[in-house]
Design a protein around this ligand. Structure first.
Ligand SMILES: C[C@H]1O[C@@H](n2cnc3c(O)ncnc32)[C@H](O)[C@@H]1O
Ligand SMILES: [Zn+2]
Length: 434
């Protein structure tokens, strides 16, 4: 098999949802029916054999093409890591690199049950091409970084306008544009205001890093007299279309602000632990304030993979450990963060196994060691399994992986290896020229 057979109608026979054995019927990309006696003719039939069915996972904060930087710079503090290692290498990226790196990220995400991701990076038209080919859903933002310089700001405005126009021109409902003001320490208030106004005009999302480190918060207060969420809010960047990544160093008033504005906070526990940001996102305060709380991996230079199953486990454990509460972030809520809450944050209809919802469906091997015994499928999904238990992934009714087969895998891996080597060679060459 080199391609996976696709059809307008798909019948998935004999899967376990909760404690029930059911069939799922998909028509026109949506879940048409779920039940023990659901059946009928279908263009494609998948024999589940009792597989555990979950909603497809939504990764709400990543930099997909950073797969090419996996293992390039580890074990460093954030600012040092960005300014001495990551940004100097990213200066040599090409559109082809981003295409290859994003294809690899998509492959990794599909293999581990993710159907959609929220991306902030560069050369996003090339990222869109990769997403289109892989059949996933994505919200793509150009990473706007003006470093408080007027000339750079003009360049970033043009790059954002060009990216949004190109993504919209594609007319692919699976691929959405967003604006991506990187953070309060890299974007001027003028740049933030422009991003907010442009996202309002274009009716698109805002993807921003927020209060990741204590230093970011302290510097912001020193420079502006405001905490980062207040500054972003004053510039118009906090609203229901906003996904704010990290949110580690929020206080209760910050959480109230995010909740009042209907904004979404993306928890990224692996990246936060690896970069030792020394505080965990205040999940309970955000939830009590009514903010959306979702889950992301961050890029492969700070994670170092795109496995949302691992992320669910780390989220549930980090919250319990840091906030000293065995009952905080139980498995059901963790799964909701990674599915329905993520879909809501990105403005997609999905992340739910319900009649009428987008058909984003993931099947897990019932007989894997991590699913044995199967007392509680949700507990196993969050605490026991990782992405390697995923066998089949369906996004908007299209089968992206079946029985662990993803079309084109070898070529994607070879393309990413070549791109990563080329990127490092160009960076080394430019150093010898200096
Ligand atoms: C889009 C830019 O964002 C950079 N980046 C990657 N991970 C992080 C992080 O955890 N905090 C801040 N910025 C990050 C990426 O390298 C791009 O330059
Ligand atoms: Zn990030």
């Amino acid at each position: 098999m080199t391609e996976i057979p696709q059809g307008e109608s798909v019948l998935i026979r004999d899967v376990e949802i909760g404690r029930a054995r059911v069939n799922i019927r998909v028509e026109g990309g949506r879940i048409a029916a779920i039940g023990a006696d659901v059946g009928g003719e279908a263009a494609v039939v998948i024999e589940g054999g009792g597989a555990v069915a979950l909603p497809g996972l939504y990764n709400t904060h990543t930099h997909a093409a950073m797969t090419l930087l996996r293992g390039y710079a580890d074990d460093m503090p954030l600012q040092d890591w960005l300014s001495t290692k990551i940004w100097p290498l990213e200066a040599h990226l090409t559109g082809e690199d981003v295409y290859r790196g994003t294809k690899l990220a998509c492959l990794e995400m599909i293999r581990s049950g993710t159907v959609a991701f929220n991306d902030m990076y560069f050369f996003m038209e090339d990222a869109a091409r990769a997403v289109d080919e892989m059949g996933m859903k994505a919200q793509l933002a150009y990473g706007f970084i003006d470093l408080f310089d007027e000339e750079k700001r003009e360049k970033e405005i043009k790059a954002t306008e060009k990216t949004v126009a190109a993504i919209k021109r594609r007319g692919n409902p699976r691929i959405r544009a967003a604006v991506g003001p990187h953070a309060v320490y890299t974007v001027s208030p003028e740049g933030l205001r422009w991003c907010a106004e442009f996202s309002r005009q274009q009716n698109i999302g805002i993807h921003v890093h927020l209060s990741e480190t204590e230093g970011e918060v302290k510097d912001c207060i020193e420079k502006t007299g405001m905490r980062p969420p207040t500054l972003l809010d004053k510039c118009g960047c906090i609203n229901p279309r906003t996904v704010a990544a990290h949110c580690c160093w929020l206080d209760t008033a910050d959480c109230t602000l995010l909740g009042d504005r209907g904004a979404h906070a993306s928890h990224n526990p692996t990246s936060n632990m690896k970069l030792a940001v020394h505080r965990a996102m205040p999940y309970a305060w955000l939830k009590d304030a009514g903010a959306g709380v979702c889950l992301g991996t961050d890029g492969c230079a700070s994670n170092n993979n795109q496995d949302m199953f691992e992320e669910m486990k780390f989220a549930a454990l980090l919250q319990k450990f840091f906030w000293n509460s065995q009952t905080l972030l139980p498995a059901e809520q963790t799964l909701a963060m990674a599915t329905a809450n993520g879909a809501a944050a990105m403005g997609f209809d999905g992340g739910r196994l319900e009649k009428g919802a987008a058909a984003d469906i993931v099947l897990l091997d019932r007989n894997a060691a991590c699913n044995t015994p199967l007392h509680n499928p949700v507990s196993n999904a969050v605490y026991s399994c990782n992405g390697s238990a995923v066998t089949t992934v369906i996004c908007n009714g299209r089968i992206l992986m079946q029985d662990r087969f993803v079309p084109g895998e070898e070529e994607i891996l070879a393309g990413a290896r070549t791109a990563a080597a080329g990127l490092l060679a160009r960076a080394a060459e430019s150093q010898t020229e200096e």
